[in-house]
Design a protein around this ligand. Structure first.
Ligand SMILES: [Zn+2]
Length: 86
């Protein structure tokens, strides 16, 4: 299955996320993202289906989640992922 994941830095993602979610705690999101990136490096899997986690989604949702389980979409083409774990 061809997957097009667009790499994005934590800084850039947080900047755009905060624009859409101004009430969120910036520092908390950064901490969650770094934790999710570290977890993915260690091979963390989606707690529902066992696929590799989607670091951004995991950081936002707060549980080990892959793109499909989090969004309900069939494929994860053209979505963002933190560049360190692309
Ligand atoms: Zn899943």
């Amino acid at each position: 299955m061809p997957v097009t994941v667009i790499p994005i830095s934590i800084d850039k993602f947080v900047a755009s996320y905060m624009k859409n979610n101004p009430k969120e705690h910036r520092q908390g999101i950064i901490i969650n993202l770094k934790a999710a990136v570290a977890a993915k490096h260690e091979g963390a899997c989606c707690s529902q289906c066992g696929q590799p986690i989607w670091a951004i989604g995991t950081a936002i949702a707060g549980w080990n989640a892959c793109f499909t389980c989090l969004t309900g979409e069939a494929d994860d083409s053209e979505d963002y992922e933190i560049e360190q774990v692309c």
